[in-house]
Design a protein around this ligand. Sequence first.
Ligand code: SAM
Length: 301
Amino acid sequence: MREGIPSYLAQLIIAQYGEETAERIAQGFECRRKTTLRANRIKNDAAGVLSALEAAGIAAQRVSWSEDAFILENAHEDAVTPLSIYENGEIYMQSLSSMIPPIVLDPKAEENILDMAAAPGGKTTQIAALTGNRAQITACERHAARAERMKYNLQKQGATRVSVMNIDARQLDDMFRFDRVLLDAPCSGSGTLQLREGSRARFTKEYLDKTVKTQEALLVKALSLLRPGCEMVYSTCSILERENEEIVRRAMKKTGAQLVPIEAQAFPGVPLLPVTLPGTMCVCPDETYEGFFVAKLRRVR
Ligand code: SAM
């Protein structure tokens, strides 16, 4: 396919999408992706962030589907990190695609929400911001160092109603029940390749087989922790059906959960890939977006 794309990944992409779409994906992997960020409305609003960026000579474009998202036109992260809006946690450096799952989750104030694989906390802090810091969030993370990093980010962003649990989410107590769950699952990262930045996805059959098992176990667990009738979001930064639609299909079969179709019109301008499970959403990597998959599910019984 292209130099730098692991051959096993290239084979999977071509088999899944065909040559033409695989070429489009490869072009996305070759782009230098634009820097994007989210205004943290716990600490500042979009207008305040925009004027701080402008004052620093940074031009930023708004995004039609999110009041809080910005695409930088003439700068990258290194121009933003010295600014006080970054230092004070008034912004969070976040890819546009990764802002989609919390919006699809549609969290509400006073709800009891589980972010099941949460570090470094980009989506946890976004959920906190979307609910005006008024949801009770449990942020679970298996790796101790990443959980510590998340605590730092939560504090910096002013997300005050978050309890961090440093535990394998598969071991969460079955007595817990949540109003909403976000499972932003550990994945191969196949959507995030940036060949110019020298990024490499880990791609062997063995690695993928192991990852897929963890994803399915986490999704079945997530559904068991939801209150019946409530909804959750499953997301990955992979574009592979094996980590996405196949996991969702198997978890629905095991648990009886229903798919809640995502309205793609709510995200105008987002480049999409074909999906094999209608109602789910797969973002195509390009110069603005990284590859990402999002599905919404409802626990029925
Ligand atoms: N949601 C995060 C964000 O937006 O900042 C990114 C999450 S990243 C895709 C997946 C995270 O899951 C990693 O931090 C990884 O260490 C963690 N993880 C992997 N296996 C886990 C498990 N079994 N239980 C809990 N966390 C796990």
